[in-house]
Each structure stands twice: as C-alpha cells, then as structure tokens.
Design a protein around this ligand. Structure first.
Ligand code: ADP
Ligand code: MG
Ligand code: ZN
Length: 480
C-alpha cells in the first residue's frame, strides 16, 4: 500500500445460529432440501401470520455475547427493516435496530506477533432472507433469477465490528478468530462455503494521520478467508487509485468477483435511514433475566485462548504449535484424542501440522470430515516407534489411510509394506549389494565417505524401501 494512506475497515459478520427450527416459526433450518419445502405462512410472510420467538435462538445469542466479552441488553425488542426485494415477501426483515441484544464486546487478534484489540460495537438477532439463484451465478449478467424460501426465517446473528481494522491481514485474522470462538461456543457451524458464516467488509481510506473516516464502500460475496483478504486488498488499491487520479469514492455496495480478482460496483449503498426501521409490534418486547444470563455463563466452554494456554502450560507444546492446533476446535479435539492414546505430544503436533493439514488442504476436506481417526494416527506413530515401519513409509501409509479410511496395520499387510528388521534377510541383501558394487566398496575403504551413502541407497532400493535403515547402517558398517 502507498504509505500516504491508511485503510479503515469494519466488518459485519452474519452467522447462522445452530437452532433446529427457524427464529419465528417451527420450520426446519437444515441446509439443502428441495426448494420451498421448508416453509410455512410465517416464514413466507403471509398477511396475518403471527411470529413467535424461538427461545433457543436467544440463548445462543446470549452465549455468543458472553464469549465476546460483551454486555447483554436485558430489555430489547425487534424492529422491521423495510425494503423491497424478491428474497423477502413481507417487504421487511424482522431484525433488531434500536436495541441489539449484544453491545460493547471485543476480540483480541494476533497479527505478526502483536496483539490487537478489535471492538465489537454490537450484534443483533434477525431472520435470514430467501435465496436468489441467478442464472449463470453472476448477479450482474443473469437474465433470470429463481427464489428459494427454505432459508427465509433461519436465525442469524449479525456481529458488527468497530472500524478498528487497518489491514487485509487483520481483517482475515479477525474473521478467523471470530469463527474459532463461535465454533468453540458451538453456536454456529460457521461454514463459509454453505453460507452459515458470511462477511461484509466496509472499506475506506484516509491520509495517514487523519482521524476522520473516509467514504466507504461495502464489499459482499466473499466465500472464504482468502477471499476476504484478497477483496479488501484489491479495494484499498482501487480506492487509492481513484483518489490519486483526482476522483471521489462513491458510497456503494460492491461485489467480489472471485474469478477476475476484482470488486465490481453493484448498487448505491443504502444507509439505515432508507430502511425506515420501526418497532415490530407483532412480537412482545424481550425481557432477559439476570439468572438466565448467569446460568448460560456458568456453562460456557473453554475458549481458544484458554485452550492454547493449557496446551502450552500443561502439555508442553511450543506456542506456535498450540496456536495452529487451537485455531479450530475440531483440530484441537483431534489432537487431544490422539494424545490420549499416544503420549508424545510434540510428535503428534508435528504430524497434525505437517501431514494432516497438508492433506486436508490438498484434498479440500474439512477436519470434521477427515477420514483418518485420532486412534489411527496414534497407532501409526506407535508402529514407527516399534520399528515396524520407517518414518518415510509412515508418510505414504498416512496418505493411503486418508484415501481409504483403513487402519495402518491393515494397510501395511495389504500392501506388503512391513519394514524388514530380520538381520538374516538384511545380511543376505547387503552381501548381494556389496558383490555387485566392488568399486564403491573400494572407494569407501580409500576414505570416500560418499560411497557409504550410495551403498545404503542400493540396499534400500533392493528392499523396495522396506529395509530398516538403522539396521542396514549397522550391518553395512560391520561388513565393511
Ligand atoms: P450500516 O448502516 O451500513 O450497517 P454501520 O454504521 O452500522 O452502517 O456500520 C457498518 C460497518 O461499517 C461497521 O462494521 C463499521 O465499523 C463500518 N464502518 C462504518 N463507517 C466506516 C468507514 N468510514 N470506513 C470503514 N468502515 C466503516
Ligand atoms: Mg451494513
Ligand atoms: Zn416457517
């Protein structure tokens, strides 16, 4: 970034709350399903249909607020946010405008080794809208769109950060940290691909040193952490260029085009005044009593920061390992379950960070769908220690475990991969190699150490990689 400007970023994150039923009716919230089959008069917005608030949704919202160090608004209510668009047949979204259930929280993030606090201004409950499916997947080019109301009425929590974020990296880290906390709290699935966590980014620039906020644009349609970082980076550069060329930033909503790697103007931004929000009188005001909040507080699970500390202090992991492993609750669970059966924690963390994460990444699989179970990784590590397989073989076997879900023992037998540790068999093999390579033997005896490595390599080759390398070394040295 040009050092004349600084970026100012505020994020609005919508998360789907993990409730079996919708926020104001008893339709199922399950993802998928034939279009328009999980609907009723309430979530279709039929005139006269009366909403009823789902208690579970309020509980999940409170839980989130407590996890984000926030205040809970004990007396709050819902409002109508009026707009006209085919995804919402009522022509208003039931949301909380005047009294969000959560206020004044914060989240600490770490970027480049420094900790930074991002304030969370508020978070409010609302209903999701229906889903528009644009022909060709591109809203700007589609000549027709279909609508599916299964998602209408699914409970959302919109978490709004203060404009405290300054770089694309911080934005990414904020969303990653928020996602981790929400997963630990078990309030949302947080699947960006399925849309259960969506992020809008508000971006502006200003001259370095200025304390005023510049005109912002709002970015939508980012489906991954990477897309959040990339879209913001692009948008900052675009804004700098507009300003440098003497132009003005338009306050507008822009859509991220993942294929082209650019943001594109979509519509002028509507400010809250345009929505003419007013209280929803079909729902009574919501009074939350202290005792309920305290009950929820007393049941809060361990959060990422505390778990990271525990892995450092009690399990003895280096800080870096602990951070990578606790970034996802499911990964941390995988670690704990493996260590329960194989006690060398550092070795387990190495395998998780290097092999497991690499394969998950390469195959595009989430940890919860990982075909290898923690007990199977523990078995594999024990087999290396017993000398049944070499470390190198273990890596190949691990990849096969990943592809087939089979136990390492089964795979070793099926593939005939057992490490050869039988001294008699190894001696015979080594004798053959020595007889076939008299020149190398002579070289070695004349002080050329390289020749030794070559001979070891020949034995490993003859055994198809299955000879126990430690024993090969010992026997070879003896024979030479
Ligand atoms: P809206 O009416 O669009 O919801 P809000 O004032 O509620 O507007 O702000 C939404 C988000 O935009 C917040 O995360 C806030 O921090 C951020 N934001 C507001 N003004 C700016 C700005 N000038 N530059 C960057 N982000 C901003
Ligand atoms: Mg907004
Ligand atoms: Zn319904």
């Amino acid at each position: 970034m040009s050092n004349k400007y600084e970026a100012v970023i505020g994020l609005e994150v919508h998360v789907e709350l993990k409730s079996k039923t919708k926020i104001f009716c008893s339709c199922s919230t399950e993802f998928g399903g034939e279009p328009n089959t999980r609907v009723c008069p309430v979530c279709l917005g039929m005139p006269g249909a009366m909403p009823r608030l789902n208690k579970k949704v309020v509980e999940l919202a409170i839980r989130t607020g407590l996890g984000l160090n926030a205040e809970i608004t004990k007396n709050c209510h819902f409002d109508r946010k009026n707009y006209y668009y085919p995804d919402m047949p009522k022509n208003y979204q039931t949301s909380q405008f005047y009294s969000p259930i959560i206020r004044n929280g914060y989240l600490d993030i770490e970027v480049d080794g420094t900790t930074k606090r991002v304030n969370i201004s508020f978070a409010h409950m609302e209903e999701d809208a229906g889903k528009l499916i644009h022909a060709g997947d591109n809203i700007l080019e589609a000549d027709q769109s279909l609508v599916d109301f299964n998602r209408a009425g699914v409970p959302l929590l919109e978490i709004v950060s203060a404009p405290d974020i300054r770089t694309p990296e911080e934005a990414r880290e904020y969303v990653a940290a928020l996602k981790a906390i929400l997963e630990y709290l078990e309030v949302s699935d947080c699947k960006m691909q399925e849309g259960s966590l969506r992020c809008d980014a508000n971006v502006s620039i200003r001259p370095v040193g200025s304390t005023e906020l510049g005109t912002r644009t709002e970015l939508k349609n980012m489906n991954s952490l990477r897309a959040i970082e990339r879209s913001i980076r692009y948008e900052i550069q675009r804004q700098i260029q507009v300003v440098e060329e003497g132009g003005q930033i338009q306050e507008e909503t822009r859509t991220w085009n993942e294929g082209k790697g650019i943001t594109e103007a979509m519509r002028p931004k509507l400010s809250s005044g345009h929505y003419r929000c007013f209280t929803e009188h079909n729902l009574p005001p919501l009074a939350i009593d202290e005792a309920w909040i305290e009950e929820i507080r007393s049941n809060l699970p361990e959060l990422p920061e505390a778990r990271k500390r525990r892995l450092i202090d009690e399990v003895g992991l280096p800080e870096y390992d602990a951070k990578v492993i606790t970034a996802s609750k499911r990964l941390a669970d995988f670690f704990d379950e493996t260590v329960a059966e194989y006690s060398d924690a550092k070795k387990v963390s190495n395998w998780i960070m290097v092999e497991l994460l690499r394969l998950l990444n390469a195959k595009g699989i989430e940890i919860e769908d990982c075909p290898v179970r923690p007990g199977q990784l523990a078995q594999l590590l024990a087999m290396i220690d017993k000398g049944e397989i070499s470390g190198k073989m273990a890596k190949d076997i691990f990849e096969k475990m990943f592809d087939t879900g089979k136990d390492p023992k089964t795979l070793v037998e099926e593939l005939g991969l057992k490490q050869i540790s039988d001294t008699g068999a190894l001696e015979a093999m080594i004798d053959e190699v020595l007889a076939a390579n008299p020149k190398s033997v002579e070289d070695f005896r004349n002080g050329k150490d390289k020749a030794f490595g070559f001979l070891v390599g020949q034995v490993m080759r003859a055994s198809k990689g299955q000879a126990n390398p430690k024993l090969v070394n010992e026997i070879l040295r003896k024979k030479l």
